[in-house]
Design a protein around this ligand. Sequence first.
Ligand SMILES: C[S@@+](CC[C@H](N)C(=O)[O-])C[C@H]1O[C@@H](n2cnc3c(N)ncnc32)[C@H](O)[C@@H]1O
Length: 342
Amino acid sequence: MDATQPAPGDKESLTLRLSEHALGYLHSAALRVAARIGIADHLADGPRTPEELAALTGVSAPHLQRALRLLATREVFREDKDGSFHLTPAAELLRSDAPTSMRDGVIMLTDETFWKPAGRLEDTVRAGHTVFDEIFGAPFFDHLARVPSAGEAFDTGMAGLSGSEDDLVAGAYTFPATGTVVDIGGGRGGLLRRTLLRNPGLTGVLYDQEAVLRHHHLEDPALAGRWEVRPGDFFASVPDGADVYLLKRILHDWSDEDCLRILRACRAAMKDGSRLLAIDAVIVRDNAPDLGKTLDVLMMTSLGGRERGEQEFRRLLAQAGLELTRVLPTPSAMSIVEATAV
Ligand SMILES: C[S@@+](CC[C@H](N)C(=O)[O-])C[C@H]1O[C@@H](n2cnc3c(N)ncnc32)[C@H](O)[C@@H]1O
């Protein structure tokens, strides 16, 4: 038998699976509705009927029921025999009061800044570049700076997503006992906060754009006197003389050319013995499911960036005068790519 042909009976199931793949955007849309209208919060005290949920959220009960029923096929909510919906472990993470809530992250990932360019993936693949600025009139981060509501949704969503990984990343690396850590493009400061809490001998600088720093999360009595925020443009310069430079989910936003500008600014600021930690997904050539491969397409369509493999990191770092010393896995989807100045 030809091994490339599906066995009889398998063809029907493959047809169904391909149809499900083709309609995957409906799962994303239903997840966005549930996150936006706060369904998980309304189920925190127990199951509710679609009518109860609709009354609490001001939406149409029969339409809500169908969106939730779709989500229940992916273990987000569960519909019981009486038609009431329950939380599941995945739906618990959509509660806004969950310790590492995914609600803001889901709202950010399903925002039009991502799905509109994704809808034009074919144009991106044909042209070889993102069409984000054709749609929104400016590149990604310029658009966020010009439209405060979009910037706020992105920064809140990033902080939410990072909340689930920051402590796992901070705990996976042995930082020096004393010295200064600068988080370049550190957003609202979740990773810096976790790093300082775990390493009481360190001080930190949160470096990002001014509008982002206004809502930072570093105010904490446990960190009093150990941090500062500094606004700036990482293409121009970064704070100099630190012991550790963190770049989490930064390089994947940018083309190789732009990454080199950022890395050269870091290299110029580094002193003898400084380390740079690029924290991103590190892609392996296999056929396994991998969130990094999904994010890679997201970076391609909305930002013109990319996820990279170890050799790509090594080459890029070398071009900026840095040597990749090791790649450390973390219990999150992120790996730590460590480099020192050559
Ligand atoms: C994908 S987010 C990552 C945030 C954070 N490191 C994290 O992992 O949650 C990229 C960050 O880069 C910042 N950024 C973009 N362009 C910048 C620039 N030219 N100078 C400094 N920061 C910049 C954004 O404001 C944003 O906070």
